[in-house]
Design a binder for this molecule. Sequence first.
Ligand SMILES: *Cc1c(COP(=O)(O)O)cnc(C)c1O
Length: 455
Amino acid sequence: MVQYDMRYYSTRNKNEATGFSTAALTGLAPDGGLYIPEEIPQYSTAVRSSLGTMDYTDIAFETIYPWVKDDIPRPVLEEMVHSAYPFNAPLVVAGDRLVLELFHGPTAAFKDFGARFMARAFSYLRRAETKPLTILVATSGDTGGAVADGFFGVEGISVTVLYPKGRVSPLQERQIAGLKGNISALAVEGSFDDCQRLVKQAFGDADLKKRLCLASANSINISRLIPQAVYYAAAAGRAFAGQVDPDGEATPRRVQSGRGSAETRVPSGRGEGITFCVPSGNFGNLTAGLYAWKMGAPIEKFIAATNINKTVPDYLESGTYEARLSQATLSNAMDVGAPSNFERMAAHFSWEEMRRLVMGISINDDETSETISEVFTRWGYYLDPHSAVGWRAVDKFQKAGKTVIALTAHPAKFAETVEPLTGPVPVPPSLKKAMDRNIEARTIRAELEALKECL
Ligand SMILES: *Cc1c(COP(=O)(O)O)cnc(C)c1O
């Protein structure tokens, strides 16, 4: 048997361990569980104390390497993080808050961070394979675009994206169904939960298993989560050191920065453990944050901000986990009633431990719209509906000073919701390009047989 330094086992069976390569390429463990690390790597003291000053790609290397070192050699990983991250995650002051802008990648949502690393890792790990790989991915909106963009044109890999018909924005649909080539789009007559169920069923289907080499690219895939831990460590390091980045050009701000700074203290987390507020749906992003915390980044707590799909906030309150059907909201990428990464969180933390570390809060659509208008009127800063859920959630806690809000998407991506409240939102070039694409998608019933016919 191969010996791994870094072993991953199923959330449902501690005895069946494997290495990074298998965990990444299969996505789901054979027993239907999610892969989690046996032991979480720790930052060295030297790295931990320089998180505030290191380059993003250096933090990416130091964060990811211990998780993948059995399968990806140092120089290969160095090259991967450089080509994956020509953009980074600026920590900026917006009004009276510290925000982490995670939308500077090509599809303008945080999912680019995971998807771009994953595409490079898959391509490397399969360098000796001849059988083509089919990636199945269910999306509530943004995952599909990021995965499609990340894998577009990668030889030997095709991607099939399942999205809930009529429940993603027109721009998201163009990002998913506009690339064509090795990317196919399926519009499922149902909800995101249906899409997710179909993908799970496909993985359990013996006939498909024989016929195809299948992999998943959802946040059940550990190779997407690991690179997301990077921006938490980088932002916590900088906030802890009292440093913020200058506004990037793509920062959606109408007025010059500094407006309003006379009336409020510019926030800084200097010398304190940082609280991250994370707008959450499937809880991949939050789980990645928990990994950064476990690795030793200067993080104190998390706020899990959801829309009315509040399965996890309710669990944190009551100790009882009850999956539900999802309800449609303005923050559609978070319309998840049965968050798949909860299984990971519960494997790492008891209810009491989770409650000490994560505060849950649910925000409704009225509050979301109000927040978008108010923040724009007061600070000239544009929020997308998901980020607005995060902003509003922080209002309900007192410690705004050392809280960093993860902004998960660029507001132009959700213009149909944002613009009626703020007027026209400046559109970044990557989104302009996507808007010009024609879409090509097949509509299918939310049944395994219908999906199988398309594969
Ligand atoms: C995917 C997504 C979320 C939810 O992230 P999870 O990792 O599923 O919790 C929030 N906001 C946006 C814009 C997203 O695309």
